[in-house]
Design a binder for this molecule. Structure first.
Ligand SMILES: Nc1ncnc2c1ncn2[C@@H]1O[C@H](COP(=O)(O)OP(=O)(O)OP(=O)(O)O)[C@@H](O)[C@H]1O
Ligand SMILES: [Mg+2]
Length: 267
């Protein structure tokens, strides 16, 4: 467990408010494409929110907007009450594609941001811990071209976590992983989040993952995509997929998701 290597994240945490957010993409060949419509969401500092929705509904679009990588067509995104204008040093995003720097090996990719920010304290030790956490011990000198997709995704995750973000946006970070690596990293992620108390938003297609990790589960649906429901997860951490209460919560979320899915199919 990596918990012990962290100091408490004393500095201000980040709350995220999304108000009446619309996003449209202009297409040269056809009418404007409305992706997100009237998204309203309050994420408290230190919350862990999971975003559940079908492929193509606009989940990555939403995370990119929060990260300041693209601009809303309408509405506002506020970080601690201030409007998002471009990227913000406290907000890290782990993209759906790992996006590693191809000329740097595993350890240099992980330490890249820390070196830029001159956070050199125990850097080699911390990088070593993260390499162990992601199961790549002995592979630290490999370059991105020599990694599998799942290995590259794990490096991208370590690169974000080592920077001790105040808010972390995760776009299907475990999507390419086998079940064993996935469940170990889900558990470690929750440990780190509980120790660091950063604000987390995790996008997933996987109902188990949404329930395992989220304090709140935001269900997206419809076209254009809207928030169809927000489920307050009643389960205490740490959670186990095999618990009876987990199964009960899953049944409840699945019913809601199925209902929303069928509704949006009819639209
Ligand atoms: N840069 C862009 N320009 C134009 N259209 C885009 C752009 N990015 C996304 N889209 C469109 O917006 C919609 C939502 O895409 P987005 O990538 O947000 O979906 P998603 O929910 O993350 O899907 P997945 O689960 O497959 O990753 C899609 O119809 C897509 O074609
Ligand atoms: Mg996506």
């Amino acid at each position: 467990m990596i918990k012990s290597s962290f100091k408490k994240n004393e500095t201000a945490l980040v709350n995220i408010q999304i108000r009446h957010l619309d996003k449209q993409y202009p297409y040269p060949s056809r009418e404007t494409h409305n992706v997100l419509k009237d998204i309203n969401l309050n994420i408290q500092a230190g919350d862990f929110v999971t975003i559940l929705g079908k492929s193509g509904c606009g989940k990555s679009t939403l995370l990119n907007l929060i990260a300041g990588l693209s601009e809303p067509s309408k509405g506002d995104i506020l970080l601690n009450g201030k409007r998002v204008k471009g990227t913000h040093p406290s907000i890290y995003i782990v993209f759906q594609q790992p996006c590693l720097l191809p000329w740097l090996n595993v350890e240099d990719n992980i330490s890249f941001g820390c070196k830029l920010r001159k956070e050199m304290d125990n850097l080699a030790y911390r990088v070593g811990q993260f390499i162990e956490l992601i199961g790549l011990s002995g592979r630290n000198r490999l370059y991105p071209a020599e990694l599998s997709v799942g290995m590259a995704c794990r490096v991208a995750l370590a690169r974000a976590l080592i920077g001790r973000p105040k808010a972390l946006l995760l776009d299907e970070p475990f999507g390419a992983l086998d079940i064993f690596t996935r469940s170990r990293l889900q558990e470690e992620m929750i440990n780190i989040w509980m120790s660091e108390q950063f604000t987390a938003m995790l996008v997933t297609h996987d109902i188990d993952e949404a329930i395992l990790m989220g304090k709140k589960i935001v269900i997206l649906g419809g076209s254009p995509c809207r928030i169809m429901d927000i489920v307050e997860n009643p389960l205490p951490y740490p959670r186990k997929i095999t618990d009876e209460n987990f199964f009960r919560t899953k049944t409840m979320v699945m019913k809601k998701f199925k209902h929303i899915f069928l509704q949006s199919e009819r639209v």
